[in-house]
Write a protein that binds this ligand. Structure first.
Ligand code: SAM
Length: 279
């Protein structure tokens, strides 16, 4: 047995060289299985930047895995010291173990395992300067990650995932957020609860829709704003569209039948924020 634990105070440092170590298996399962992420309430984020973002934003870190390149890296060592002081287990591994954990040939030098955090829908307070983005059954992790990043960039309030959505804590989603996951509140809810929220919403409820009759530059987007986006394949369900006061359309001139969901969200959000903040 090569695995050794050096200290037990606060967090600890452990060396792992065996692929069959239970923590290696646990991290592999977190990378590949949504069911395991949901059961454990944990998720994996790759890279030193994301580790720094997570720690700075106060997220709970369970494990911080350091590959050989992180041993003499001052920023990685600082992140490890912070994580350890907060009770995390620091795992020192070789490149082969790191690659096996993350299922990548060229893994990042640092990999973190964090506790998931979602905001309950009842905590949403629609008030001035609030801009929430609701996504109806978003399926693509890259789209969701890009939208989380864009919501962060424009300083919007957060994201509401409605119905059966892709996992915000999947590795691909987390990667596409480029660290914004740690700064953007995320709510998960069912369609009926969302429809009640939208019906009672005091300001603008605008859905982007290919059959929208209003050019997206036209509304004044009085705050608070709820921007609603449809599913990649099917668009927005009819009963969801019915609870939205305005259906907005982004004009197109070429042959494409629609814009990519994340692109349409970005265009709409920048228009809304341009009206409020002159972004
Ligand atoms: N076939 C789908 C449909 O009929 O709606 C296309 C969905 S599109 C890829 C995904 C979402 O992006 C749409 O539901 C809508 O919210 C938004 N979207 C894309 N292009 C748009 C446009 N030109 N105007 C308004 N919304 C758009």
């Amino acid at each position: 047995m090569n695995d050794t634990t050096r200290t037990k105070r606060q967090g600890a440092v452990k060396q792992i060289t065996s692929h069959s170590n239970p923590i290696v298996k646990e991290i592999k399962a977190l990378v590949s299985q949504r069911k395991y992420r949901t059961q454990s309430g944990l998720f994996v984020a790759e890279g030193l930047k994301l580790a720094t973002d997570a720690l700075d934003a106060g997220w709970e870190v369970r494990y911080l895995v350091l590959g050989p390149d992180a041993r003499d890296h001052p920023v990685a060592q600082k992140a490890a010291a912070t994580a350890k002081a907060r009770g995390a287990l620091i795992l020192e591994v070789n490149t082969a173990v790191l690659a096996a954990m993350t299922r990548k040939d060229n893994p990042q030098m640092v990999v973190g395992v964090y506790e998931q955090k979602l905001m309950p829908i009842d905590s949403i307070r629609p008030q001035d300067s609030t801009v929430w983005v609701a996504l109806d059954r978003v399926r693509d992790p890259g789209n969701l990650g890009t939208i989380i990043r864009t919501v962060d960039a424009v300083g919007a309030s957060g994201i509401i995932l409605v119905g059966d959505c892709t996992d915000p804590f999947a590795v691909e989603t987390v990667r596409a957020t480029m660290g914004s996951l740690f700064h953007v509140p995320i709510v998960k809810t069912g369609k009926d609860r969302f429809k009640s929220l939208a019906t009672a919403w005091p300001g603008t409820v605008a859905a982007t829709h290919l059959k929208g009759s209003v050019d997206y530059r036209q509304p004044d987007y009085s705050e608070p704003v709820l921007l609603v986006m449809g599913n990649e394949q099917q668009g927005l369900e009819d009963d969801m569209a019915e609870v939205c006061k305005t259906l907005i359309r982004i004009p197109q001139v070429g042959e494409a039948d629609s814009l990519n969901l994340a692109v349409a969200t970005g265009i709409s959000l920048y228009e809304i924020r341009r009206k409020h903040l002159a972004l």
